[in-house]
Design a protein around this ligand. Structure first.
Ligand SMILES: [Zn+2]
Length: 278
């Protein structure tokens, strides 16, 4: 399942190819994804892509009249082809460009989404598409300057819930999915069961840095796959990092040598070192 790093790598891979390209036509072969494919795609002809952005796990292609908001769901991929090629199974949507190239949305399980928001007057600080309801529940971006220990500290005062499920919700900060939450808490030395309201400012500082480091490393690891997004018909690999705790039940902690423990928190698996994480 694509997480924030995969979506960011998709953005970086596609941007140099699609930016400035003019759409001649959108072909929708299967309009029933998680939500119906936006009908506005039918009138995209003649419009150019003016920006390629990301917010959380959403990819945003800006046009002059609005923005296409793409969520890859469980199995979605976007690939760029320099010339037309016959569609394969699960190739649901094509964006044909005047250059002869195309951008193709592929999604076997069809949990993805192609949404539209019409452009309106923007203020200086937030892009116009941010008012789409899909962005309302999202926390801050991990690489945003406002995401730091002080931010986490202030937002968690009085909260009784454990820090790990709180991170997974994505309402504080986006991108800390299960793998990245486990790894960040290990790096920061914080027990995933610790009450969020009982973690100090300094330890939250370490957690904010850890979240950025872990996500940054994953994005960097995906950098080697950039060319797989262009003229590649195989699976665009979702990359895996060398994990320090995730999935390592019973194996030795890289810090203290003790056994990594597995437990369930809510419906999710958590891995941690009971000695290094307090
Ligand atoms: Zn340890």
């Amino acid at each position: 399942m694509p997480e924030l790093p995969e979506v960011e790598v998709t953005r970086r891979a596609l941007q140099p190819h699609v930016l400035g390209q003019t759409v001649t036509q959108c072909i929708v072969r299967q309009g029933q994804l998680r939500y119906p494919v936006a009908p506005e795609l039918a009138s995209l002809g003649g419009q150019s892509i003016v920006a390629v952005q990301r917010r959380g796990k959403y990819l945003i292609l800006e046009f002059s009249s609005g923005a296409l908001i793409v969520h890859l769901g469980m199995t979605g991929t976007l690939r760029y082809f320099t010339a037309m090629r016959p569609p394969q199974r699960h190739d649901h949507v094509d964006f044909l460009f005047s250059s002869g190239a195309l951008l193709r949305y592929h999604d076997p399980r069809r949990f993805g989404a192609l949404l539209w928001i019409t452009r309106h007057e923007e203020n200086m600080t937030t892009p116009f598409w941010e008012i789409h309801p899909c962005f309302t529940p999202l926390g801050v971006e991990p690489f945003d300057a406002m995401f730091d220990g002080d931010f986490l500290y202030r937002r968690t005062r009085g909260l009784q819930c454990a820090i790990k499920p709180l991170l997974l919700q994505g309402k504080l900060v986006v991108g800390a999915g299960n793998i990245y939450a486990c790894e960040s808490l290990f790096q920061a030395g914080i027990d995933p069961r610790r009450g969020a309201g009982r973690i100090g400012r300094e330890r939250y500082g370490r957690l904010a840095s850890a979240v950025r480091t872990v996500l940054g490393q994953a994005i960097e690891a995906g950098g080697s796959s950039l060319r797989d997004f262009v003229d590649a018909s195989g699976n665009t690999g979702y990359f895996q990092l060398q994990h320090q705790v995730y999935g390592r039940t019973g194996q030795s902690c890289v810090r203290c040598g003790g056994p990594i423990r597995h437990m369930r928190q809510g419906q999710r698996s958590t891995w941690f070192c009971p000695d290094c994480q307090r």
